[in-house]
Ligand binder design. Structure first.
Ligand code: SIN
Length: 313
């Protein structure tokens, strides 16, 4: 039997391993991103960058539970120029994806014009789904705003572009959003961002566990895995095949990744579990996924990607 490969690709970018960090975890500084690149991760995504550096929301703004996490980070980041410099100076042969999350349409367009004019040729991801900036709704819950943004972006942006989407919960939402996205030369979607504005409380102290926004924050980890599976599956059934999918949400082990790929994910991102376990998690995930493929007789991810079956009762 020939060797099992877990390599993946999106556009021209080749990932020897299909796992990378979810934007926002282990990626705010050069040191963090170096750690991810020096692990068995397939590549790294930068923290979602704004035009200027941002301190983010007040602390505490992140909290782990047994089943996941809540965060209201508020886009703390070093600014777009820092991440472009990091990418330019990096000696890695792994892909580095650039995440952008302006706090206004104007800032998103300005940032993408800077990226368009730069030497960066990798995957750029426009975050349309940050739930944690006070006073700023998640763009991707407003269909007109998605369309307005993408019309403006694709009037000048010609490099590979993805969008980070929030979770959707209704089949009509998938229909409506996919119909819009299919109109553009989008390279990929990344689904899902955290489940926005959830609440985790400490019954001992009878209080919320994070300070910003009265305790409301984005929920990640095992809590959200079924939602991530559904979003990957629903979009794979609706998007044109040229639009690839990064599956994100609730990945703790190789089996979680196997299921996301079965739903149609081309690449898999890891957030809460990476925050808990650190970049050594990537070696474990690669090994666990490879072992599952060995047991099932699969040699490549394409052998089962998107091949989830209907109920077999
Ligand atoms: C944050 O910085 O608040 C998280 C980013 C996101 O969820 O998009």
């Amino acid at each position: 039997m020939s060797k099992i490969s877990i390599s993946a690709s999106i556009s021209h970018e080749q990932f020897e391993h299909p796992f990378i960090n979810a934007a926002g975890v282990f990626d705010e500084t050069a040191k963090d991103m170096d750690e991810v690149l020096n692990s068995e991760a397939g590549g790294v995504t930068t923290k979602s960058a704004t035009l200027e550096p941002r301190p983010g929301n007040p602390l505490p703004r992140y909290y782990n539970t047994e089943f996941g996490s809540i965060n209201s980070m508020g886009l703390p980041n070093q600014g777009l120029e820092y991440y472009l410099d990091y990418i330019k100076n990096s000696k890695t042969n792994k892909p580095i994806d650039l995440s952008i999350s302006g706090t206004s349409m104007e800032d998103n367009l300005k940032a993408l014009k800077i990226v368009q004019a730069s030497s960066f040729e990798g995957l750029c991801e426009l975050n349309l789904s940050c739930p944690n900036v006070v006073g700023k709704p998640q763009i991707a819950y407003d269909y007109d705003a998605i369309k307005e943004t993408l019309d403006a972006v694709f009037s000048f942006y010609t490099k590979p572009l993805g969008v980070k989407l929030p979770p959707y919960f209704d089949l009509q939402q998938y229909d409506a959003v996919a119909k819009i996205l299919n109109q553009y030369t989008l390279t990929y979607i990344n689904t899902i961002n955290s489940v926005g504005n959830g609440l985790i409380i400490d019954p001992e102290t009878e209080s919320v566990v994070i300070k910003p926004k009265g305790g409301f924050g984005g929920i990640g980890g095992s809590y959200v895995k079924p939602v991530a599976l559904a979003n990957v599956r629903a979009f794979r059934q609706r998007l044109k095949p040229e639009i690839k999918i990064i599956g994100t949400g609730g990945v703790n082990n190789g089996l979680d990744a196997f299921e996301l790929i079965l739903c149609g994910a081309d690449l898999v991102e890891v957030g809460t579990a990476l925050a808990k376990e650190g970049p050594q998690i990537f070696e474990r995930l690669n090994n666990e996924l490879t072992q599952i493929m060995k047991e099932k007789g699969y040699q490549n991810l394409s052998d089962f990607r998107g091949k989830l079956k209907e109920y077999q009762g």
